[in-house]
Design a protein around this ligand. Structure first.
Ligand SMILES: *[C@@H]1O[C@H](CO)[C@@H](O)[C@H](O)[C@H]1NC(C)=O
Ligand SMILES: *[C@@H]1O[C@H](CO)[C@@H](O)[C@H](O)[C@H]1NC(C)=O
Ligand SMILES: *[C@@H]1O[C@H](CO)[C@@H](O)[C@H](O)[C@H]1NC(C)=O
Ligand SMILES: *[C@@H]1O[C@H](CO)[C@@H](O)[C@H](O)[C@H]1NC(C)=O
Length: 374
């Protein structure tokens, strides 16, 4: 708009300074729950290759997302000490490289009525460790990224207070002189030093029943044992609502988390031309975060002038009760989601969608594809 003062500036031959657009992009994780986007690798750092793009503070305690980018080695695998969390649910997602994770329910371990399970997680595989599950893990390749989701948010204060790298290495380990096992309980960490990780892995799997890369990995009906989902071998749902394809591949839903959170991936198409949903806003009563893996995703949030355009590795967080919309600007745009409360966007899409057994959405004929104008 041409205001009297900008007119004066124009008359003086000076270009008026535009009002600064409010941007979703921040340099690092904020300390209160506001909408924000972070470029790949950005976020509060702890050393040891650990960054926290979403924390208890930044999510209103909904969840913490933690990346560990570090070197591991199959030959000298050594990870953290086996331990249990009683109040914290922890998911391990391999973003690149390979991670080995072990898990067993504490009560059935003590009663000797369950078997210890382990999986080698390669890119896109997940292991979910419910409360009260003994677990330990190790990184196996020179360029590995493990993305952890810890619920509720706030558990990360433990790492900062101990200055302990989540993947081991830093700090004092149990067994070493001066280690305060009792003191760990206040951080919801209970070492289980008698647990001996099994080494008999065949085709990425040791212990437990069911498939790994050999067939479907259905989700269990509860969370009394670790949950394993190999990339694209878990359940999938196709939604066509609003004029685009969206495949939801859940890792855990409210069923497995007592309604505290959900996690999975979404693989979406651009909107079909003239699609009704293109301007539709979503308002979720729970917090939502996305981490882009493939393609390009535009996310618009109420109160922000420009949508954020995310590519692989970028993270966006939207607090509960905040209107937003998202759209793929490239085919097969894939992103990991985390939503609080088990009542998020993913549930809505699965309820609207139908069971789907392919990693791909249907091909569209050339006539219905948006054509490039020349
Ligand atoms: C979270 O906020 C508290 C209170 O301001 C602060 O002490 C703590 O360092 C913050 N944690 C992180 C990980 O930023
Ligand atoms: C635990 O159970 C297994 C199989 O049922 C058995 O072989 C083993 O001896 C048991 N271990 C202990 C310590 O009771
Ligand atoms: C899950 O919810 C049930 C029913 O509300 C409750 O009894 C149980 O303690 C909860 N479990 C955890 C680990 O919070
Ligand atoms: C979001 O809105 C719902 C429904 O009005 C309310 O129950 C919930 O507490 C709100 N959540 C937050 C984090 O404000």
């Amino acid at each position: 708009m041409l205001t009297p003062s900008s007119l004066t500036l124009l008359l003086l031959g000076i270009t008026p300074i535009p009002t600064l657009a409010r941007s979703l992009w921040l340099q690092t994780t904020p300390q209160s729950p506001v909408p924000y986007a972070l470029k790949k690798g950005a976020g509060i750092a702890l050393g040891g290759g650990n960054t926290f793009p979403v924390t208890g503070n930044s999510s209103g305690n909904a969840f913490c997302i933690l990346h560990t980018n570090a070197a591991g080695s199959y030959a000298s695998a050594s990870g953290v000490f086996p331990h249990v969390h009683k109040k914290t649910y922890e998911n391990f997602y391999a973003v690149k490289g390979r991670v080995q994770l072990w898990g067993q329910n504490l009560d059935t371990y003590l009663a000797n009525t369950s078997v210890q399970e382990t999986r080698i997680l390669s890119q896109g595989d997940i292991g979910a460790i419910p409360w009260n599950t003994i677990h330990t893990f190790t990184l196996l390749e020179p360029d590995t990224q493990l993305t952890g989701v810890l619920v509720p948010g706030g558990f990360e204060e433990f790492f900062f207070n101990m200055n302990l790298s989540p993947s081991g290495g830093g700090g004092t380990l149990p067994g070493a002189g001066g280690f305060d096992n009792e003191g760990l309980a206040k951080w919801d960490v209970y070492p289980q030093l008698d647990f001996v990780p099994r080494r008999d892995v065949v085709n990425g799997k040791g212990g437990g029943t069911g498939n790994w890369y050999t067939g479907p990995n259905p989700l269990p009906g509860d969370a009394k044992a670790p949950i394993w989902v190999a990339k694209n071998y878990g359940p999938k749902y196709l939604s066509e609502t609003g004029g685009r394809y969206q495949i939801v591949a859940p890792f855990v839903t409210g069923t497995h988390t007592n309604g505290t959170f959900s996690q999975g991936t979404l693989t979406i198409s651009p909107f079909f031309s003239g699609a009704s949903g293109a301007n539709e806003k979503i308002k979720s009563t729970v917090a939502t975060a996305f981490m882009v893996e493939e393609g390009q995703l535009e996310v618009a949030v109420e109160g922000y002038d420009e949508p954020a355009v995310l590519i692989d590795g970028d993270v966006i967080f939207v607090p509960a009760n905040t209107s937003f919309s998202y759209a793929a600007t490239a085919e097969f745009t894939k992103f990991m989601y985390v939503t609080g409360g088990g009542q998020g966007l993913d549930k809505q899409l699965m309820d609207q969608g139908r069971s789907w057994n392919s990693a791909f959405y249907p091909a569209r004929g050339p006539t219905s594809r948006p054509m490039m104008r020349i």
